[in-house]
Design a protein around this ligand. Sequence first.
Ligand code: ADP
Ligand code: MG
Length: 387
Amino acid sequence: MKKNSILNARKRFLEIYNKKPDVISLAPGRINIIGEHTDYNLGFVLPAAIDRNIQFLAKRTKNNLVSVWAEFFQESENFVIHDLQVSLTIKWVNYVKGIFWVLEKEGYSLGGLDAFISGDIPLESGLSSSAALEVSVINALNKLFHLSLSREQLARLSQKAENDFVGVSCGLMDQFISVFGRKNTALFLDCETLFYEHVPLPLEEHGLNIVVYDSRIRRELSASDYNKRRLESAAALKSLKTSGVRSFKDVRDGMLEDKKDEMGDILFRRARHVTTENQRVMDAVRVLKKGDFQKLGELLFQSHQSLRYDYEVSCPELDLLYEVGKQFEGCLGARMTGAGFGGSGIALVEETQTEAFINRMKKESEDRQFTSPVFFEVAIGEGANIQ
Ligand code: ADP
Ligand code: MG
């Protein structure tokens, strides 16, 4: 499959530009196994790269003009590398421009390109196609212009491009996993220190699948609710700081209860989510090292309930995944992922039961007259690489 899509991209490049690319750069999308709303709280996350990629093919030119063809949109855009303006009409080109912008700002010297983007990561479905696009571009430029960027720089500069040029305030997790992902492993990441560790995730060996459930619900309000949660957790942390707590990772048994009256119920519950979620990520690492997927599943269910009742970022469509998952024999665990109020979730399902599980979800959604959801089965794939 992957080989075919690379061949196809090469063919398309040749058709469009009448020459061969110098570089073929691949970067994957991701799922987050556990650790939600912990990233900006400088806590723990456990993402994994998936076997779906953005492919960025490019050849250097002798001028300062970049021409990019986006296969998905069937359109091309041009820009001059020293005159980078955010496009208000063509959103996708800003991710490419953003990488040029951040590298120029850091003092790297770049040149023009003929380039081509294709891929099989569904857009805006919570699989982080945006980070995959950024990472595929920066890794290609790293190679083409001999920039000698470290893997950490690839991730950090990609995030900076998305934050400061595209204007989306995302954490580092998506870019980090797209760079550092490894087949059949998840990546434990401490978002404060950037300490990371690969953790085994041999789903196939255990006859398991991860099903991504895209509720297709996009709530207009979600951005403001997201910001509200960020403010609430910052406020909760502030009142904990008097007990010597620097981040939620320092919260020990009893500390939250001691501060409950001072914080009030809402901030208490926000703090409880972040604290228990950090703990669940550590527990997930521990059980995965033992290959205990039953336990991992339980942690996913617990994470969902904490996001639902303590952090209050779920919605009926996402709760359905939990409800069906809980009842369905072959489902070990399920939870909402991402910012919430819509978007996606993941379920850990026995391979032989996957089809039945998806059918059950479809039927239950229909019965409730929800927007028709979309499902993807994903395997755990490699991080960014140059072919
Ligand atoms: P997500 O990262 O969850 O998939 P985002 O809204 O953050 O969703 O990013 C999606 C955006 O990234 C798209 O709207 C598009 O601008 C860009 N993008 C993703 N995949 C592609 C692609 N194959 N070709 C061109 N642009 C893409
Ligand atoms: Mg994104």
